[in-house]
Design a protein around this ligand. Structure first.
Ligand code: HEM
Length: 492
């Protein structure tokens, strides 16, 4: 018995030594290349323990290095792998725009055995991504958005009706997610999910499960972003496969129904069907479904974040809400309602939304992968092929060099166009050829939701409103850990 214990202890000791040597060797990567790397990289988690153990979000973790280390770029380790955090705004411009060809891919991978995510543009790499981006871009032009706009208006009206029936404290993000789900389901899936009708319809339950706070989501999504080489072994799914199946079945049924009808719907299904017909696009139903799911997933949660955090700011700063309301009322009169044109004439509201996305960027970090050895301009330092690059959006947005008194919610800083000619530092939709494909659609639905709400209701904070917001570590998107409970009261 004693001997067994001694042998087990010795084996454990040997394993520990092997791991120690392995990680010590891996943790010398940046030092060997003359890149500054902070101390404190631990066995196994390396610098990443706080995120891996869900004590902080990945965006706040990157911001900590950004704030504490005054270097143009910082080498860190995640599970022994080297990652380069970019802090210099001019280098960032090179990575995202000027030398994009070296950094075309994202590091994130779609997961183990999912049927549709490999067809989603967010995860695609190289020429596959390029071809698909070119295919889908024409589906989201301003002309196409204008023709889909009545669907947006219908959903905003349903939201106002819902709020009239429920003038009370509501969790703003979940309420708003009903509207964004409605808009995106109508435009991308060609269906009306009636999100405002039932509290717990099957659609709503599945929608909540997509980005909800769960250990499954947190574990799988962290692996896909930060340890992609384990994904083929552990086979996590970025999205819950049952939820994916639910949405893909809905989409395929909607597509099937379309083939038997000749009616035009002015939604994305019609647009992509048209592209398929005219441009000789080789896209089977599964790829088509991947694109629709991509639009649904990329669109609804980010847009919900932008709307709900702007409402939160309105609740905290009533005078800002009042100025935005006055502008909206004037526009309503000038254009005879919230038309497509009216929503392109909202300078003050745009400033509020920009400021809200500065402090609460819905996706608060970006990432890329170096696909060819790249020498950092003006240095001898070479970023090796396959190195992952991290871009701390939250760090840039909260840097007083770019935004004095960064904690203060002040839409006035966006009155004049930001000067990003020599370097990038404001990135709510990313930048460069791989930026957000849906920015126009996102901004349009955010603005329509906000003007519809503030011209009918006053939003105020209540005893449950968190001040300040604490970000939820189990989500890679920016979310409050207790939601955003605020009060909606009909305007007199
Ligand atoms: C306020 C709303 C939104 C925000 C803040 C947002 C933000 C972002 C960000 C930060 C990225 C990564 C960009 C980069 O890596 O440089 C992204 C990518 C993307 N977004 Fe959005 N997004 C929003 C709405 C939408 C909507 C409505 C759609 C679809 C209609 C959409 C579709 C996409 C797609 C397809 C990508 C991947 C693009 C690619 O890899 O080429 N987004 N978004």
């Amino acid at each position: 018995m004693m001997l067994t214990f001694a042998l087990a202890g010795f084996a454990f000791f040997l394993a520990f030594c092997a791991l120690h040597f392995y990680f010590s060797y891996k943790h010398k990567y940046w030092q060997k290349r003359g890149v500054y790397s902070p101390g404190g990289a631990k066995l196994f988690f390396s610098h990443f323990a706080d995120v891996a153990l869900m004590r902080t979000t990945s965006a706040e973790w990157m911001k900590k290095f950004y704030d504490q280390i005054d270097r143009d770029y910082i080498g860190v380790y995640i599970f022994g792998d080297p990652y380069l955090i970019i802090k210099n705004s001019s280098l960032l411009k090179s990575v995202l725009i000027k030398d994009f060809n070296y950094f075309m891919d994202r590091n994130v991978t779609p997961g183990g055995h999912e049927r549709y995510s490999p067809y989603m543009m967010f995860f695609q790499k190289g020429s596959t991504w390029k071809v698909n981006r070119q295919r889908i871009t024409p589906a989201l032009t301003s002309g196409k958005l204008r023709s889909m706009f009545p669907l947006f208006v219908e959903s905003s009206q349903e939201m106002v009706n819902y709020l009239e029936r429920n003038q009370t404290v509501l969790e703003a993000r979940d309420m708003v997610a009903r509207y964004t789900t409605d808009v995106i389901s109508k435009t991308a899936f060609g269906i009306n999910p009636h999100s405002f009708d039932g509290e717990n319809s099957k659609f709503t339950v599945n929608r909540r499960a997509l980005f909800g706070f769960s250990w499954r989501n947190a574990f799988a999504q962290s692996l896909c972003f930060f340890k992609p080489d384990w994904v083929p072994i552990l086979k996590p799914n970025f999205f819950d496969p049952l939820v994916m199946d639910y949405f893909s079945d809905i989409f395929l049924a909607s597509l099937e129904a379309r083939t038997t009808k000749n009616k035009a719907y002015s939604d994305l299904i019609d647009v992509v069907k048209e592209l398929r017909k005219n441009n000789d696009i080789q896209m089977d139903d599964r790829q088509f479904c991947g694109h629709a799911l991509q639009i649904f997933m990329a669109g609804f949660e980010t847009t919900s974040g932008a709307i709900s955090f702007t409402l939160y700011a309105f609740a905290l700063y009533p005078h800002i809400q009042e100025t935005a309301r006055r502008e909206a009322e004037e526009l309503k009169e000038k254009y005879g309602g919230f038309t497509y044109e009216a929503l392109h004439d909202t300078p003050y509201l745009d400033m509020c939304i920009n400021e809200s996305m500065r402090i609460y960027p819905p996706l608060a970090f970006l990432e890329r992968k170096c696909i060819e050895n790249y020498r950092i301009p003006g240095t001898d330092c070479v970023i090796e092929k396959d190195t992952a690059i991290l871009i701390p959006t939250l760090g840039f947005h909260m840097d007083e060099k770019y935004f004095p008194e960064p904690e203060k919610f002040d839409p006035e800083r966006f009155r004049n166009r930001l000067d990003q000619s020599s370097g990038l530092y404001y990135l709510p939709f990313g930048e460069g050829p791989r930026n957000c494909l849906g920015e126009r659609m996102g901004r349009l639905s955010v603005k329509l939701a906000l003007v519809s709400i503030i011209t009918n209701f006053e939003v105020t904070k209540c005893s449950k409103t968190p001040v300040p917001v604490v970000f939820e570590p189990r989500s890679f998107l920016t979310q409050s850990n207790v939601g955003i409970p605020i009060k909606f009261a009909k305007l007199r």
